[in-house]
Design a protein around this ligand. Structure first.
Ligand code: 5GP
Length: 261
């Protein structure tokens, strides 16, 4: 598949056109940002790991009937995805209170929620992705009621599946962010899961030690982000358990292989 023009560049990914108008290439960068772009860095190998982890989770979700944008992974950093019209809402799903929820409401960090909580944020970097009420979505026509109903059903299934998947590998799924997009199929508009699901977009704590295995290592200056993401990938069975090859080495290896072809 030939990579065409860059059509969008976000904080962690770039989208390129392809010769097929319905498909685009999603490239995972090594850039890390936090606190509405105020903190920035480049962490070599992060994009490679997120590409693999997101591919793994989205393919598993496909198998349980969650329609999503993933078509196939192309290489270490790129995947072919369906072009969607992104709904301008970040859907935050919480199982345990932490992060902005605890700050906003004074809830004790680590409080296990009785049931999953969905929050909505407007996707707008200039405004700092503000929290909104569900009625704002309808008041400003950011999505239709039936779309949000469909999305909520998908979210609960995704959350159930992901809690189980991570529990099986000794990880607690604390919270995560999802994005959805519209796609035209047979003349009808359908809503599918889009973006990525990775340690950049989830909070993942080791079940026994509560060690953070996600982007909070960057946000909170805890260090060792690549070893943490690699640990997640290894436990998911994406990287071999015995392998000591770091993502950085994987990146270098792949470029050496490409050059020598
Ligand atoms: P919080 O609102 O506590 O900062 O984040 C809740 C969850 O959503 C966390 O898992 C966090 O990683 C994810 N999340 C919220 N907003 C964003 C965002 O703009 N980018 C990314 N990568 N994750 C986000």
């Amino acid at each position: 598949m030939k990579k065409g023009k860059k059509i969008y560049e976000g904080k962690a990914k770039i989208i390129y056109a392809t010769q097929d108008k319905d498909l685009v290439i999603q490239y995972f960068k090594d850039d890390a940002t936090a606190f509405n772009n105020q903190k920035k860095s480049t962490i070599e190998g992060k994009g490679v790991l997120n590409n693999r982890i997101s591919e793994h989770i989205l393919s598993n979700l496909s198998q349980i009937g969650i329609k999503n944008h993933l078509v196939k992974r192309l290489n270490m950093r790129e995947q072919v995805i369906k072009l969607v019209e992104i709904i301008p809402i970040e859907f935050i799903v919480r199982n345990v209170a932490t992060g902005s929820l605890t700050k906003r409401l004074g809830i004790e960090d680590g409080t296990v929620l009785k049931e999953p909580l969905i929050e909505y944020c407007l996707k707008d970097d200039k405004l700092g992705d503000p929290l909104i009420a569900e009625d704002h979505i309808y008041a400003f026509d950011w999505a239709k009621r039936r779309e949000i109903e469909t999305i909520k059903k998908m979210i609960f299934r995704i959350n159930d599946f992901m809690i189980g998947m991570f529990r099986g590998i000794g990880i607690k799924l604390i919270d995560f962010k999802l994005e959805f997009g519209r796609i035209k199929s047979n003349g009808k508009s359908d809503v599918i899961l889009a973006d990525e699901i990775s340690p950049d977009t989830c909070r993942l704590w080791d079940s026994i030690t509560d060690k953070k295995l996600d982007k909070d290592r960057f946000r909170k200056d805890l260090g060792d982000l690549i070893p943490a993401y690699t640990e997640v990938a290894k436990r998911l069975g994406i990287l071999h358990e015995q392998s000591n090859v770091s993502a950085v080495n994987v990146t270098k290896l792949s470029s050496i292989k490409k050059k020598s072809k």
